[in-house]
Design a protein around this ligand. Structure first.
Ligand SMILES: NC(=O)C1=CN([C@@H]2O[C@H](COP(=O)(O)OP(=O)(O)OC[C@H]3O[C@@H](n4cnc5c(N)ncnc54)[C@H](O)[C@@H]3O)[C@@H](O)[C@H]2O)C=CC1
Ligand SMILES: O=C1O[C@H](COP(=O)(O)O)[C@@H](O)[C@H](O)[C@H]1O
Length: 262
């Protein structure tokens, strides 16, 4: 049984996208270092149910992990320009603490929020902007080596490697989701790169639902919608997790407005 599911970083954008879509589908243990107001919680939970803790706190994470079946680990510094001291603490140390506590508690699986920035240096001057367009066939599929474009991306590649280690050393099931660009209601406006890696709220919720329910060993998948304009393959997410995205940034103009029905 995968429930209850520990969701770290529950108060952030990705956490809220997940809870808005599948808040009633699981028994949740929500964790964030900031308290969550009641309007950010699934029906049936109140502010006192949220574990307010830092993911770098060994004792707090051991306590939060007790009895948990699966973990969705989102907490961290999401800024591509984040400085080293922040990603070292929040993203690398925090992720190691989460994996270690999960193994110690006998948790079965962990879904880790990795990022497009773990591979953003593949976007060379020679390849861009063509690779963001539909008529270009350059694709990354998750089997390539990390190639981070910034220290934040380095921290996400480190998280993926920590997941590999805890899978091999302790048998933990780990899926690393290289999330693209999550926005609500419409794709990023006037941003070709962002539209190629758009992840809609409902596809985000469905993808992490599959991460909670599916059986896997160690996986790296791309977390984007089924965008016509894309350079990340979603084949592995479909095959390993049963991901069935519904959205496509091509249904919107470059300015991010819905296209007229023809
Ligand atoms: N939003 C996006 O498009 C993308 C997000 N991601 C990753 O997804 C995860 C979530 O991102 P967002 O929701 O956008 O960020 P966010 O900043 O909106 O949410 C992060 C949440 O984690 C909490 N948090 C941060 N450090 C913590 C710590 N040390 N201990 C406990 N809680 C902590 C914050 O209080 C916040 O509520 C991050 O790991 C980010 O790197 C990856 C790619 C794209
Ligand atoms: O990992 C992340 O990536 C997205 C997209 O990157 P961007 O550089 O094209 O904006 C970013 O919006 C998000 O904050 C970050 O966590």
């Amino acid at each position: 049984m995968d429930d209850p599911v520990l969701l770290t970083g529950a108060g952030g954008r990705v956490g809220q996208a997940i809870l808005s879509g599948i808040g009633d589908a699981h028994e949740w243990r929500l964790l964030d270092r900031e308290p969550l107001s009641s309007d950010r919680l699934p029906v049936g939970l109140d502010e006192g149910d949220v574990v307010v803790a830092d993911v770098t706190d060994d004792a707090a994470m051991a306590e939060a992990m007790a009895g948990v079946g699966a973990v969705v680990h989102l907490a961290g510094d999401p800024r591509p320009e984040a400085p080293w001291n922040s990603v070292l603490e929040n993203n690398i140390d925090g992720t190691q603490t989460v994996f270690e506590a999960a193994v110690e508690a006998g948790v079965e699986k962990v879904a880790f929020a990795s990022s497009n920035h773990a591979v953003s240096a593949y976007e060379t001057d020679a390849r861009t902007p063509e690779m963001y367009r539909t008529d270009d066939d350059y694709h990354l599929d998750g089997s390539e080596l990390p190639r981070p474009g910034n220290l934040y991306g380095v921290s996400k590649a480190a998280g993926e490697t920590l997941g590999r280690y805890y899978h091999d050393a302790a048998g933990l099931s780990v899926v690393c989701v290289r999330i693209g660009n999550l926005t609500e209601d419409h794709p990023p406006r006037n941003y070709e790169r962002g539209q190629a890696m758009w992840l809609s709220y409902r596809d985000c919720a469905h993808l992490f639902d599959r991460c909670i329910r599916a059986n896997y060993g160690y996986e790296i998948v791309y977390g984007i919608s089924d965008n016509e304009r894309k350079y990340y393959s979603i084949d592995r997410a479909k095959e390993a997790l049963g991901y069935e995205p519904k959205d496509d940034s091509a249904e919107y103009t470059l300015a991010g407005d819905p296209r007229e029905e023809s």
